[in-house]
Design a protein around this ligand. Structure first.
Ligand code: SDX
Length: 427
């Protein structure tokens, strides 16, 4: 295979090197396109454009494959825990016991959040959406951790990384407790990362806290499944913001805002609202399938479709199985699970969805488990953000260590040509 691509335009030929990745993906390197041919490429939504070479996550959308640093998502979801996966994504290897113990201890040592931060949280109305609160609090962390802003050395990056991993669960818990009018608390160093998060979120003053281990295991698995997904909208946002050398916390705060959108991470909340709406409307899934296919109708089947997966999202398969296990284990009957399964069955037999290769994605079943775990629907995307935190960190760190240039796309101008200014009386 030639390692060059040729572009021909108006009788002139231009050659560009072709990069091949370790899984055989091919990319045309157009670094010299504008200087040689005086042209740029146009690609709305970057559907065919690679922004970087990355060694973190591999997706094969046609085969429904997802791997973190070469490990299959099925193995990691089954055999690893969230902090191990965080270490793997960020540093590239599964940690041995000594490395994992040090990583956990360093994170625990950085899990305090400045008391003054509570005043910022106080300023929000209880009705504020948790994603807006979380993004603001994450950005506010910068003011209390100035040494984490301009980090260049690996050592400085490590300190900023364990700080955000230690403090983020506290911000997640405080965001929920603010909505529930509960006192803002701190973690318990004797607990594991996910159990500590759950305790901070749900413990009540004067009440003994206890939790079924199956709940912690399910939450840990959900966080692993959300941990990274290569150059998705929010990871690309983190990279873009970080490419200007804005700090890690500022980049993560921007990523949270990008994830909030209903076309991205906000879909897990939209899915439950959609399923509840179908239930309230009498459960007629066929009626809503027709609406999803009607171009005149803005209704979309939330939790369906994906930019990359044109086959089953492997995460959706694992979550669907886990939903049955968790609800069964907790003895919960949730009618929206049956509605979800009914929609999936109908869609997989419907030409519109089959032709467009629209399958359930990570958001389709996750909310059903979150709800069974007692997490309110407005917090679903916050849980996605916590899961995605190690992936955002890994993408940001790779971008900075590779000294990637500041992100600055070009455009094709289609506005007015030069025209003379007219004073207001002449317009
Ligand atoms: C996440 O990028 C990632 O990796 C994201 C993510 C991650 O882990 O970071 O996987 C997490 O964001 C998952 C996606 C969650 N979003 C949703 O579930 C929202 C519903 N899905 C869609 O809005 C849509 O499928 C997207 C946004 C996910 C993907 O959109 P694309 O790739 O831009 O595809 P498109 O909108 O161009 O759709 C192609 C066709 C269109 O029809 P035609 O114009 O060809 O006739 O499929 C149709 C769309 O109308 N279509 C849908 C549909 N999704 C696509 N029709 C009905 N219902 C849907 N859900």
């Amino acid at each position: 295979m030639s390692d060059k691509a040729i572009l021909e335009y108006q009788g002139k030929k231009y050659e560009f090197p072709v990069t091949e990745g370790t899984e055989g993906e091919l990319g045309i390197n157009i670094k010299t396109l504008r200087s040689e041919a005086g042209m740029i490429t146009l690609d709305r939504g970057y559907k065919n454009t690679g922004s970087c070479e990355s060694a973190i996550t591999f997706l094969d959308g046609e085969k429904g494959i997802l791997r973190y640093r070469g490990y299959a998502i099925e193995d990691l979801a089954e055999k690893a825990d969230f902090l191990e996966v965080a270490y793997l994504l960020i540093f590239g290897e599964l940690p041995n016991k000594e490395q994992l113990d040090k990583f956990s201890a360093d994170i625990r040592d950085e899990s305090e959040v400045d008391e003054e931060m509570k005043k910022i949280l106080d300023g929000f109305p209880k009705s504020a959406h948790p994603m807006g609160v979380l993004s603001s609090l994450t950005s506010a962390l910068i003011a209390f951790n100035p040494s984490s802003v301009n980090v260049d050395s690996e050592e400085e990056m490590y300190k900023a990384i364990v700080k955000i991993l230690g403090k983020f669960p506290v911000l997640v818990a405080w965001t929920l407790r603010k909505k529930n009018s509960l006192p803002l608390n701190y973690g318990d160093d004797s607990l594991g990362y996910v159990e500590n998060l759950h305790k901070m979120m749900f413990e009540k003053p004067g009440k003994k806290y206890n939790v079924d281990q199956s709940v912690i295991d399910a939450l840990d698995k959900l966080l692993i499944l959300h941990a990274d997904h290569e150059q998705n909208c929010s990871a690309s946002t983190v990279r873009m913001v970080g490419s200007s050398h804005a700090g890690l916390f500022a980049s993560i705060s921007a990523g949270i805002s990008a994830l909030w959108g209903p076309l991205h991470g906000g879909a897990n909340q939209a899915v439950i609202e959609m399923l509840e709406g179908i239930k309230q409307d009498g459960g007629d899934t066929h009626k809503f399938m027709q609406k999803a296919k009607d171009k005149e109708d803005p209704f979309r089947l939330m939790g369906f479709g994906h930019r990359v997966y044109k086959n089953f999202d492997p995460r959706a398969k694992i979550i669907k199985k886990s939903a049955d296990e968790v609800l069964g284990g907790l003895g919960i009957e949730d009618p929206v699970l049956d509605i979800a399964k009914g929609l999936e069955k109908e869609a997989l037999e419907d030409d519109y969805f089959v032709q467009r290769k629209l399958y359930p994605n990570v958001d389709f079943y996750s909310g059903i488990i979150y709800r069974a775990l007692g997490i309110p629907v407005e917090m679903f995307t916050v849980m996605f953000a916590l899961g995605r935190l190690p992936g955002w960190i890994a993408q940001w760190r790779e971008m900075r260590l590779k000294k990637e240039p500041i992100g600055r796309p070009r455009q094709i101008y289609v506005g007015a040509n030069l025209r003379d200014f007219k004073v207001v009386g002449e317009r």
